[in-house]
Each structure stands twice: as C-alpha cells, then as structure tokens.
Design a protein around this ligand. Structure first.
Ligand SMILES: Nc1ncnc2c1ncn2[C@@H]1O[C@H](COP(=O)(O)OP(=O)(O)OP(=O)(O)O)[C@@H](O)[C@H]1O
Ligand SMILES: O=c1ccn([C@@H]2O[C@H](COP(=O)(O)O)[C@@H](O)[C@H]2O)c(=O)[nH]1
Length: 570
C-alpha cells in the first residue's frame, strides 16, 4: 500500500494545544512563586551584575580612568593580556613578615639598581589620608585590624603608580625604551591578589622573601612604633598582622616557592649584611642566573640539549630511560646528564668493593661539575658509605664536601652520621648551609652543636628532619631554641634521659614554640619513666603546640616509647 502523506493541520493543532498547556502552567507558577517572574538567568546573575557598579565606584574614588566597556562575554583568564609587557617590565615582589625589614631593604636596592619602590601599605595609607577619599575609612579599619584591603583597591593603586612611573620617561638604567623595574613591597598578601596581579597587571620575575623570627619582628616594630606614627605599630595590631601573615601570606610564598620563584633571605643579620645578600640576588636575576619564571609560554621553542637534560632529569628513572630509547641523541643526554636522584647505600658490599663503587660514582659526578651536579636534585647518603666497621674513611669526606659545594640545585638531602662528618669536615656543614635551593633536609646523628650550625641555613623554609645522636642523653635539647622560626617538621630522640626533661622544661619556660613540628618521637629508659614520665608530656605539649599523643607505651625491658603527631598525621 502506498504511504499517505500526513495532514499538516494535525501538526498545527498539536502545536497550538502544547503552547496553550505551557502558557497555562507558566501562569499558575507565577501566581504561586512571584519571584519566578524574573528570568532564571537574571536571578542567578543579579549579584554579578551589581559588581561592576561597585568597581566603578571604587574606580572613580581612586581617580582611575574609565576603561572601555568590556564585551558581554566573560573574560577567559587564559587569554587575558596583562597591562604591562613582561619582556620590558621587571617586577620583584618583596615579602616577609611585618617588620622583617622589607621597606629598609627596598630603599637600599633602589640606590643600587634604580628600582621604583612601590609599597602597597604606603599606597593604601596615602589613599586613606587623601582628602575626599571614599575608601579612607574602610582602609583605616582594615589596616588597624591587620586585615587585607579588598584586592581591587590595592591592585589599581599599584597599576596606576606603575603606569605613572613608566610614563615619567626616566633615563636611568633599566628605564629606557619603555622599560621599567619595580620592587613591589608587601604585596601580594593573599592568593587572590597574587593570581589577579600576575594575570592582569604583570607577571613577577622573582619573590624576595625576607625572614626572621616573630620575636625579632615584634622588637623592631615596637621600636619603630615610637616614631612611625603608624596606627598599626602597637602590640595588639602587630599580633593580628602576624596571624594574617601566617594564615594568608605564607600560602602565597609557598605557591611561588613551588614555581621556583622565591629567593629566601635571612633578615636576622644587620641591615648591611642583609643588604649584601639581597643585592647579590638581584644581581643574579639581572645577569640571567635566576630564571624569570613566566608560567605561560604561547610559542613553540627549540630546546637546547641543556634544557632537554633538565627536563629529563625531572622524570623518574624508568620514564627517562624509555625516553632515551627514542633517539640516540636523547639517549646520550638521558644517561649522561639526567641523574637527578642519587642514593648512595652500599651496606651489603664488602668494604673494598664499596670503596671502588663509591669512587666511581664520585668520579662520575665530579668529572664534569657543571654538567652532572647541575642535575642532581635529590641526594641520599647512608652511614655505611663511609664506614668500615667502626672506622670512618676520612678520605671520602672531603669528596662529599666537594659534591655538596657544587650540587647547587639540590632540593632534598638525606645525610646520615652528621656529627662525625661535621667534626671531620666542617666544609660539609658550610656547603649544606649554602645550598640555595634546598627544600628538605634530613640529618641523622645530630649532636648539640648542630642547631647552631644550621641556624645559617640559606632558607628558613627548608623542611628539617632531625634525628638526634644515638646516645642522646647528652644532647642539649635547649639548643633547639636556636632553630625557632625554622621549619623543623620531625624530631627523633633515642633516649633524651633526665637532661632531656631539664632542657624541655627550659624551652617551655622560655616560651619557645615549634608549631611546625609534625612528629616527635622519643624513647625513655625505665628510671626516667618512673620519676619523670608523668610530667614529660605536660612539659612537651606547649613546646610542640600542634602535636597530639599518638602512641605512649612501655615495652618489655621498661623502655617507654612516646610518639606525638600532628592531628593530620594520625
Ligand atoms: N636587619 C635589621 N636589623 C635591625 N633592625 C632592622 C633591620 N631591618 C630593618 N630594621 C628596622 O626594623 C624596623 C622595621 O623595618 P621595615 O620598616 O623595613 O620593615 P617592613 O618589613 O617593611 O615592615 P612592614 O611590613 O610593617 O611595613 C625599622 O625600624 C627598621 O629600621
Ligand atoms: O597588599 C596589601 C598590603 C597591605 N595591606 C594593609 O596595609 C597594612 C600595612 O602594610 P605594610 O606592608 O606593613 O606597610 C597591612 O597590615 C594591611 O592591612 C593590604 O591590605 N594589602
């Protein structure tokens, strides 16, 4: 039977009926929920729509030239063009706790390198005091409370000040041909500020991070408060600023640290000494010895073998070898240059054989210092490498010092037998302390002088794990006070004995605190437990405020094992 074409009137009727039903339903809903009269999309975006008005108000209060209206499309962050050209404008963020000495050092660096120094705090204070400023009171309240002013205000003030400096037409070094160099002091204080500035204003080349203890910063600020006239240079505001710094600014430093953009400078020394270190960091940056680390690369690049080696060295061994099989050229680079992780552990070999192998490794590493050691990022050396029974092979100790002195990209170092090594070759300690990129340092057989030696560590952000010398009864526990403010994460004692208690008490009484410690392990002999055991936890708790007891048990033989952990570890 032939197919009959359907009558078009059916469709018309059906459409009219559907529309009628839909209209009736919509009317009923409106009567029940009046808010539904507003289109759904509009309701969702009502809040967003009022934001530009708020920004406009801020803009007019800050005398910011009105920008052309943006298109209705939301801005895609990946395609945002920053206000300033990264290749012409150098921005160094200067961070550190309140009173660490940022402003003081910026003033010095301005003399050395013709920077334009912009202090976010100063710009905010100027805006706060500007007659007629609509945001003066708001800024005053935020500053007094140590809180961070909404980022739109601060970023606009910075952008305006940068533009003004660039259009000034300076003829100093670094300022010709539309170039400029800026020290941005006390900014970014919060992650949102960091992201927005990098994305919309200019990518920073480097973060200079000045660090010292809270105690020192408080002392400096109280002294400054006598003459500064700053409303926040009083103890109450300073404490609030410290809290905000730890909670909000430290994550910013960590973020840039992960991007290898941070140069940490110990600011505890004299102004002149700190200045020398800061000057050398900037000199390195301008010489190109510190990479200007821009995160987005939008063009294709040809890799030099050196860069390829570096990339390979970041791969795990298996992937590096797989990669090396793809081409003869890669193979050479991968096998010769890409040793990034080295563990020296010859415990099971005979001493003679061990020595032979160790020498071969050292020869390999030291044969071409810039080429090989450049790629070593992780180094682990266990005790057995140096020991023949009870004897230390002193011949190898200077070789190790040589390696450490030249492995400038080392990020993690695990070194056993710190005390005997340091005693025989102080150069080892100097080399460790001078490692510029160290992120994690684990040392075993630490003795009482070690904390003093480590105080000079290039960066206080290094995560420190210390295992105290086996016979730790004589360890002067209180020496740890020298590392207050350093990032100790792990402490192990095999038997602190009564001295341990005495020193722990000293730390407690002197209000020395180690909030960074995430694990504390110790075992005590029976006599100590009987006489002091119940008190030790009471003494230790305030010293390590973030720890909870994970394990506390007496084993056969009367050894009491105490294991305290931060809650996130348990
Ligand atoms: N290395 C130093 N040794 C001793 N005093 C210092 C040192 N550096 C700075 N000071 C003093 O400490 C005080 C605070 O320094 P500065 O104003 O530079 O700190 P800041 O980090 O900029 O503080 P803020 O974040 O509060 O603005 C000043 O009085 C300064 O003279
Ligand atoms: O990005 C910023 C920088 C500063 N503030 C506020 O200013 C004070 C003082 O800053 P200093 O750098 O110590 O001069 C700070 O405590 C903040 O309240 C800010 O909000 N945003």
């Amino acid at each position: 039977m032939p197919n009959k074409a359907p009558n078009p009137l059916y469709f018309l009727g059906l459409s009219l009926a559907s529309f009628g039903a839909f209209y009736w339903l919509a009317k009923r809903r409106e009567a029940t929920y009046p808010a539904s009269k507003q289109p759904r999309q509009n309701r969702l975006t009502a809040w967003h729509r009022c934001m530009p008005a708020i920004f406009d108000k801020i803009a007019s209060a800050l005398h910011i030239r009105k920008k052309q209206k943006r298109s209705a499309k939301p801005r895609m962050s990946a395609f945002t063009t920053p206000a300033f050209d990264n290749s012409k404008v150098t921005v160094i963020f200067v961070l550190g706790g309140p009173g660490a000495g940022k402003g003081t050092q910026c003033a010095n660096l301005v003399q050395d390198f013709d920077f334009c120094h912009l202090s976010a705090g100063d710009l905010l204070r100027a805006e706060q005091n500007r007659e007629g400023s609509q945001y003066g009171e708001m800024i005053r309240t935020f500053i007094r409370e140590g809180q961070i002013v909404p980022m739109e205000v601060t970023i606009k003030l910075l952008e305006n000040a940068m533009r003004a400096a660039l259009t000034e037409g300076r003829a100093d070094e670094g300022w010709t041909d539309s170039r400029g160099r800026f020290l941005i002091d006390g900014f970014p204080r919060k992650m949102d500020q960091a992201m927005k500035f990098d994305e919309e204003v200019c990518q920073s080349s480097l973060v200079m991070f000045f660090t010292t203890t809270e105690e020192e910063m408080l002392k400096r600020l109280m002294e400054r408060g006598k003459t500064s006239g700053r409303e926040d240079d009083n103890e109450e505001s300073i404490k609030k600023r410290f809290r905000v710094y730890k909670e909000q600014t430290m994550p910013v430093i960590e973020y840039y640290n992960n991007a290898h953009k941070v140069a940490t400078i110990d600011a505890t020394a004299t102004i002149e000494e700190v200045h020398e270190k800061a000057k050398s960091v900037v000199t390195q940056l301008f010489k190109g010895e510190i990479t200007r680390n821009f995160s987005s690369i939008s063009c294709s690049v040809t890799l030099s073998l050196d860069v390829l080696g570096l990339i390979l060295s970041r791969l795990d061994t298996k992937s590096a070898l797989t990669f090396s099989r793809t081409s003869k050229l890669f193979h050479t680079v991968a096998t010769r240059q890409a040793v990034s992780s080295l563990t020296l552990d010859f415990a099971r070999d005979s001493y003679k054989f061990k020595q032979k192998r160790l020498k071969a490794v050292f020869d390999y590493l030291l044969a071409d210092i810039p080429g090989r050691l450049h790629y070593v990022h992780h180094l682990k050396i266990v005790r057995s490498c140096f020991w023949d029974g009870p004897f230390l092979d002193t011949g190898l100790v200077p070789v190790l010092a040589n390696i450490l002195e030249n492995a400038q990209n080392l990020q993690t170092l695990y070194l056993e037998a710190m005390q005997p090594l340091a005693q025989r070759a102080p150069a080892i300690v100097n080399a460790i302390v001078g490692l510029p990129r160290l992120e994690k340092l684990k040392l075993t057989e630490v003795d009482s002088p070690t904390p003093k030696l480590l105080r000079g560590l290039h960066t206080t952000s290094v995560r420190l794990e210390l295992e105290v010398y086996q016979n730790s009864t004589h360890f002067r526990f209180a020496e740890l006070a020298l590392l207050q403010g350093h990032n100790i994460t792990d402490l192990t004692f095999s038997g602190p004995g009564p001295w341990g208690f005495y020193h722990a008490k000293l730390l407690q009484e002197q209000h020395i605190r180690f909030p960074s410690v995430r694990r504390f392990r110790a075992c005590f002999v029976k006599g100590d437990v009987d006489t002091q055991g119940s008190r030790i936890i009471h003494i230790l708790k305030p010293v390590f405020p973030n720890l909870e007891i994970f394990e506390s048990q007496i084993e056969a033989g009367g050894v009491w094992r105490l294991h305290m952990c931060s809650t996130c570890c348990t």
